[in-house]
Design a protein around this ligand. Structure first.
Ligand SMILES: [Cu+2]
Length: 285
């Protein structure tokens, strides 16, 4: 890590774990060093002005003020640097994130459905097809309302709280919400996106380091917002296959009888701080 990047560490940025993250880190670094330079520059100028134009030296106010062009030049160069940052770096970087999605076949597509106060994940299973979801089927054992009559949904994998993804493969997460606006924020992957009821918002990233990372909700979404955390596990391809197999077996077992104990076991013990059921009216929101 170069010494310029220390400012990111000092600000509490976790180490980057995605392929595009270094670009975000560079722009953050540059902005913060630029802001530091502005802070010291304007502070020095302020102190200079206090001394230079003190009352003892200027008993009467001068209504004409500065006549040289130096302040205009200074302000113009600050505006120019900011314009270059925005038009030259920030907007192209953002455009790349939203316009250049990896092809669907190459990527792992996962549906992320946020709710007060947890994240649910829906994976298509071995057939690669997402089963139909309908709000009418939502229950405690079926948090996403998967249609039990849809054959495409038979092998689907639904988990709460923990998402596994394979290393070095692009992940497209399609975000939506069951109740209020949440935000699916993966700090280590340098990506975030709002989860809005009625919308499907895709975001994508490619994890380049195996490990366990924190998922947090980045929008104040109600009283339990502070506890709306999840886990993203980046597995080696072998570990990921093993996890998929295990989940598929659990999903197959849960399809039998509706209130079977395995349906409960399919949910990790990552319980939200408040009951996840839609029965309780949400304060705040
Ligand atoms: Cu939230």
């Amino acid at each position: 890590m170069n010494s310029l990047a220390l400012i990111n560490e000092f600000l509490g940025q976790p180490p980057n774990a995605s392929s595009h993250g270094y670009q975000i880190d560079h722009i953050l670094e540059f902005c913060h060093w630029f802001m530091a330079a502005l802070f010291f520059g304007w502070s020095a100028f302020f102190i200079f002005v206090l001394i230079r134009f003190r009352r003892r030296r200027h008993p009467r106010a001068d209504h004409l003020g500065v006549r040289s062009g130096i302040s205009t030049h200074l302000e113009f160069s600050v505006v120019l640097i900011e314009a270059v940052l925005l038009l030259g770096f920030a907007i192209p970087l953002w455009a790349k994130r939203v316009n250049q999605f990896p092809p669907g076949k190459e990527a792992l597509v996962v549906h992320v459905v946020a709710q007060q106060f947890s994240f649910n994940y829906h994976l298509p299973g071995p057939d690669g097809q997402f089963g139909r979801r309908d709000v009418g089927f939502v229950s405690n054992s079926n948090p996403l309302g998967l249609d039990p009559n849809d054959p495409a949904g038979k092998d689907d994998i639904v988990t709460t709280g923990e998402l596994h993804v394979p290393l070095n493969r692009p992940v497209i997460a399609e975000l939506s919400s069951k109740d209020v606006i949440h935000d699916f924020f993966l700090a280590a992957m340098r990506i975030a996106g709002d989860a809005i009821p009625g919308s499907l918002i895709p975001i994508w990233f490619t994890p380049i380091k195996a490990g366990t990372y924190e998922v947090i909700c980045g929008q104040l979404c109600g009283l339990g917002h502070y506890g709306m955390k999840g886990t993203l596990v980046v597995d080696t391809p072998q570990d990921y296959e093993a996890w998929l197999k295990e989940r598929a077996e659990l999903a197959g077992g849960a399809q039998g009888a509706a209130p079977s104990p395995s349906a409960g076991a399919a949910q990790p013990q990552n319980k939200p701080p408040a009951p996840a059921a839609s029965a309780s009216p949400s304060p705040g929101g």
